[in-house]
Design a protein around this ligand. Structure first.
Ligand code: ARG
Ligand code: ASP
Length: 719
């Protein structure tokens, strides 16, 4: 008996996933996690969540657009997602006269809902384990590069073959996809149904859905109402169809009930969605690589760029508007990298991974397995061998390509050059018109040559300081040869001389276009040289891919064997996952405790009418002053805004439904705390939190703030 207990304890020690850790694949939930979920408070059966043979909660979870998640909340195809997920669409519909970003938008009736060409909502119809099928295909496959087993292109061809081209052409809205899991040790096929008539129904003003903007991004306590509402339309048979006035709201298989009973600390919470990418199975060497190369370069380069950008934005309101979105997307990944390195250092994730490797090595010795320790040696070697290339590639990307906007001037000018050398005037005009379009796309309304010039000088100097001369794009040598190494004069010269340096220059060129001017254009040569260097680096780095993929697969196979098959979750890869945990605050620092819920009081505390990030709309202040919260308020008279939970989420989980123990919607996931983003590498139980907009705040804004309560009539509210 004692021995039995001991071995049980040993087995528990070997179990790799900590409580609340994990982004679980639905077909494996029952076996892998269901007991823990019930112990934590889940009241549903596994088949309520995922049922391969009939409809279940998973049918109410959708991919929203390309990279977000959404959920169906009514029998008439209404979808909730984040505002930042529908940002592009809302911006498209906005004009100076109807600025839906700033003012918000509420369709007063169905015919006022706005179509969004290109936007899709995707349902997952079927998930199948196709490991045997893929392995059989791979066995008969002649793959010189040895990477087919993780190649999206190859796997998707297999998926198409499996269902047959006839099936696909008979069902144009169905797409199939095979994805590799655990580094290519398992394969699942996803059958998807894609709806392409998706209309905008409602969006709060930016002062609610972007409240706190960049300052509060990745931060808890948070006070953002980051949500937007769309509706899926279908043809008369409920099938996907391109936009048409005759389309009707989709009658979905499933929709979420919405629970307005509120959340308490330690309540069970779970999230389904489409997390993009995690690196749970990094080796210690990859953790160090990520810390010292990727994150380090990203942080230091963006710091420089953003500082310059911000100076210009603060000095000129026009520039502030032009660069708001560029600045926001730059700081989003920058802050993430800071949080990532903070966590890697604070929790010594290098050592955590090393310990796992050593466990596997010891286990392999005992079991006479040689392949796993060998795979680890290979991974260590690869990381060491690619160091210089990786450094150069990250430097080129962060310091030059992402920072200097004129690396994006039109460079595909061969046919125009040919035309200018010839005599065909019509062809010349046509080619010039194309160049003009490309130039206008580059120097669009959000481009400021003043800002670009300033940033280019700073970044080019820094790049040249850190990357040795022989390892820079070839064209950069002119800086030394013709400008005595003076980057400022070089950049000034580029802007003065290049066709693309100003509208004047471009117009002068159009008035007298010559092949020579184009062929010798300095910005074009600069951009071209950067592209060449980028291509060369990418190619060289590719040389490591096969070796890496094979060793990584072997390492994971070792872990799966050691821990018992399926004891751990596969890294995120944009497939449907479930994560569960509890509603809970955290202690960020010594003697500081964060509560699990924020309220409108905090919005008022943060209010700053002089700072666009913290403006509070008058109507919201009025509701606050009158305590006019309707049925959405807390019993203590306050109005809830956001809450946080220990669920394991990452980028792509934005817009995901957050459910209670009964599978009812209690919030919409939209962010994480910066102290928790290291969870992409290793879940951090004391720090990792998903940031969620409370569904009561969502309903309050729709109903009380916007007066769009008619939308609630089609939803199913429970308490
Ligand atoms: N940090 C969240 C995420 O990674 C929200 C981003 C919204 N964008 C922003 N720049 N505030 O996507
Ligand atoms: N904000 C992220 C997203 O847009 C979510 C996260 O990174 O936690 O998907």
């Amino acid at each position: 008996m004692k021995k039995f207990l001991l071995s049980l304890a040993a087995a528990a020690l070997l179990l790799p996933a900590q409580a609340d850790e994990g982004m679980w694949l639905l077909p494996l939930i029952k076996e892998q996690r269901f007991a823990e979920m019930q112990a934590l408070g889940l009241k549903l059966q596994d088949y309520d969540i995922y049922n391969p043979d009939s409809s279940s909660l998973k049918d109410a979870v959708v991919i929203f657009g390309g990279g977000c998640t959404g959920e169906i909340v009514s029998p008439e195809g209404l979808v909730f997602t984040n505002h930042h997920c529908g940002y592009g669409q809302i911006q498209q519909h906005s004009t100076l006269k109807h600025d839906y970003l700033t003012e918000g938008f509420w369709a007063a009736s169905r015919d006022k809902e706005l179509p969004n060409p290109g936007l899709t909502v995707t349902f997952i119809e079927k998930i199948e384990d196709v490991t045997d099928y893929v392995l059989a295909a791979l066995a008969g496959n002649n793959d010189p590069d040895n990477v087919d087993f993780v190649s999206a292109k190859y796997l998707n061809e297999l998926a198409r073959k499996r269902v047959g081209e006839k099936y696909l052409s008979d069902h144009p809205a169905i797409a199939v996809e095979i994805k590799d899991f655990y580094g290519g040790n398992q394969y699942y096929m996803f059958t998807k149904k894609i709806y392409s008539d998706v209309r905008l129904v409602g969006a709060p003003p930016s002062s609610i859905d972007k409240f706190g903007a960049d300052t509060d991004n990745w931060m808890w306590p948070r006070h953002t109402g980051d949500f937007a509402i769309f509706r899926v339309y279908a043809d008369a048979n409920g099938e996907p169809a391109p936009y048409s006035e005759s389309n009707v709201p989709l009658r979905p298989k499933r929709w979420f009930k919405i629970n307005i009973g509120g959340v308490q600390p330690n309540d069970f919470a779970m999230i389904m969605g489409f997390p993009g990418r995690t690196n749970k199975y990094y080796t210690s060497w990859e953790v160090a690589e990520r810390r010292d190369i990727d994150n380090e370069i990203r942080i230091s380069m963006r710091e420089l760029r953003q500082q310059a950008m911000l100076e210009e934005m603060l000095a000129d309101p026009a520039v502030r508007i032009q660069y708001a979105s560029k600045y926001a997307s730059s700081t989003n990944a920058y802050k993430n990298a800071i949080g990532s390195n903070w966590a890697i250092k604070k929790h010594d994730l290098e050592k955590v991974k090393l310990a796992e490797q050593e466990k596997l090595i010891a286990w392999s010795k005992k079991n006479c397995e040689t392949a796993y320790p060998e795979a680890l040696l290979t991974l260590e070697q690869i990381v060491s061998d690619r160091k210089d290339l990786r450094f150069r590639s990250w430097m080129l990307d962060e310091a030059i390509i992402r920072s200097i906007e004129f690396t994006k001037v039109p460079t595909k000018v061969d046919t125009l050059v040919e035309a200018l050398k010839g005599r065909d005037k019509e062809e010349q005009q046509q080619q010039l018109a194309q160049l003009t379009t490309a130039y206008e796309a580059f120097a669009d309304k959000n481009y400021s040559p003043v800002v670009d010039r300033k940033i280019a000088k700073i970044m080019l100097k820094e790049y040249r300081r850190l990357v040795p001369a022989g390892k820079q794009p070839a064209y950069f040598s002119v800086i030394d040869q013709q400008f005595k190494g003076n980057v400022d004069s070089f950049v000034d010269y580029l802007f003065e001389q290049s066709i693309f340096g100003s509208h004047d220059n471009f117009n002068k060129f159009l008035a007298k276009p010559t092949a020579k001017a184009l062929e010798n254009d300095l910005m074009l040569l600069f951009a071209h040289s950067v592209q060449q260097e980028n291509k060369a680096l990418t190619e060289s780095l590719k040389g490591f891919d096969a070796g890496y993929a094979i060793a990584h697969r072997t390492y994971l196979k070792g872990l799966l064997n050691m821990y018992g098959n399926r004891a751990n979750f596969p890294d995120a890869n944009r497939t449907l996952r479930l994560t569960y945990g509890q509603v809970k605050g955290y202690d960020p620092r010594d003697a500081v405790t964060y509560a699990y819920q924020t309220t409108l009081d905090g919005v008022m505390e943060k209010e700053d009418p002089d700072n666009w990030e913290f403006v509070v709309p008058a109507r919201l202040k009025e509701l606050y002053a009158n305590n006019d919260f309707g049925r959405y308020g807390l019993s203590n008279g306050k109005m809830p805004v956001d809450f946080c939970a220990t669920t394991h989420t990452t980028g792509g989980n934005s817009g995901s439904p957050v459910m209670n123990a009964n599978g009812e919607l209690i919030g919409i996931n939209f962010d994480r705390n910066w102290e928790g983003v290291g969870g992409d590498i290793q879940y951090l139980p004391d720090y990792q939190r998903s940031i969620i907009v409370d569904v009561r705040y969502v309903l309050f804004v729709i109903d009380k703030y916007a007066g769009a309560g008619y939308l609630l009539e089609e939803m199913e509210l429970v308490q």
